[in-house]
Design a protein around this ligand. Structure first.
Ligand code: ATP
Length: 292
């Protein structure tokens, strides 16, 4: 099959490709994000389950094409989804409900917590480089090198001149990734302070959610304004034409999942792929099979 996948196949419930609404633009202010909004989507919550199922299938099929092309040696490109967000923004839900729809064979998932002793002994990008997706894969970073200009900045874990130099360094690193054939999909997920409170409260109400609760989340919550400032600077300094940031409002989980699914689909469509041609003669093989 030589089907090209560049054709517009955006569901009618989206007014425009989501990146056109969600791309960070100079002048955008984190403090003014309407976290409860659903930019570009004209449907509502009741439309979400069916659409999510449909689009997950589309995503899975494109991922399979990417994987197939690398297996056949035609293509060594990859896609890297970078998820950043405050606690409870829903990073885990994206991993489960969006990325979870793809074949695990072609996914490389990594979550980045507090660096281990070994990681601390290396440059902060060391663990990131070790987790990059191989050709043909979708990589998923649940937190990322951006923690090194977020939590590290907010808590002064290293002096300002050290974290201050990282923005340029990260831009150069991402340029290298893009030049090497990796498409970056950078997603900053935002919930409101009130929605975060409700989600944390739920974790304290339900025994099946206790495991998600971390008392330190309250301490971070108290630093919200400092985090907002750190996110603002991060977006301003590291949203580039080759690796732009997207701002996804996350108070409505059904919306953030649909939006990030579309961002991934767009990235894969942008690779302008087709199924790899057979490296055998189909007619001959059919004949051989019939006779076997
Ligand atoms: P999450 O909150 O993402 O669901 P979690 O509460 O289970 O995860 P971990 O995944 O173990 O915790 O670690 C996340 C924590 O690690 C966050 O508080 C994050 O800020 C912190 N962290 C990540 N990267 C760094 C870093 N480079 N330096 C310091 N702290 C970091």
């Amino acid at each position: 099959m030589t089907e090209r996948v560049t054709d517009r196949d955006l569901p009618a419930l989206w007014t425009h490709e989501p990146h056109t609404h969600l791309a960070f633009r100079p002048g955008d202010q984190v403090s003014r994000i309407d976290t409860n909004s659903t930019p570009g989507f004209r449907g509502n919550k009741s439309d979400a389950p069916t659409l999510q199922t449909e689009r997950n299938l589309r995503l899975a099929s494109l991922q399979e094409m990417l994987y197939a092309r690398s297996k056949s040696g035609d293509d060594n490109r990859s896609v890297l989804l970078i998820l950043q967000g405050m606690d409870t923004a829903g990073k885990g839900g994206i991993v489960k409900h969006v990325v979870g729809a793809a074949n695990p064979q072609g996914v490389r998932y990594t979550s980045f917590g507090k660096p281990t002793e070994e990681e601390r002994a290396h440059h902060y990008l060391w663990r990131i480089r070790n987790a990059l997706p191989p050709g043909g894969h979708i990589g998923v970073f649940d937190r990322s090198h951006y923690e090194d200009v977020l939590v590290v900045r907010v808590h002064n874990l290293v002096p300002p001149d050290v974290w201050g130099a990282r923005y340029d360094e990260i831009n150069a690193f991402e340029r290298e990734l893009v030049d090497g054939g990796t498409t970056l999909v950078k997603v900053a997920m935002f919930v409101s302070l009130a929605e975060q409170k409700a989600r944390l409260a739920e974790r304290l109400e339900r025994p099946d959610k206790y495991w998600k609760y971390n008392p330190a989340d309250i301490d971070e919550r108290l630093l919200w304004p400092k985090y907002q400032e750190a996110y603002q600077v991060m977006l301003e300094k590291t949203s580039t034409d080759y690796a732009p940031w997207h701002i996804v409002p996350c108070d409505k989980k059904w919306y953030s999942r649909l939006a990030i699914t579309e961002l991934l689909i767009e990235a894969l469509k942008g690779l302008n792929m087709s199924w790899p041609p057979p490296d055998f003669d189909v007619k001959t093989e059919k004949k051989r099979l019939a006779e076997a």
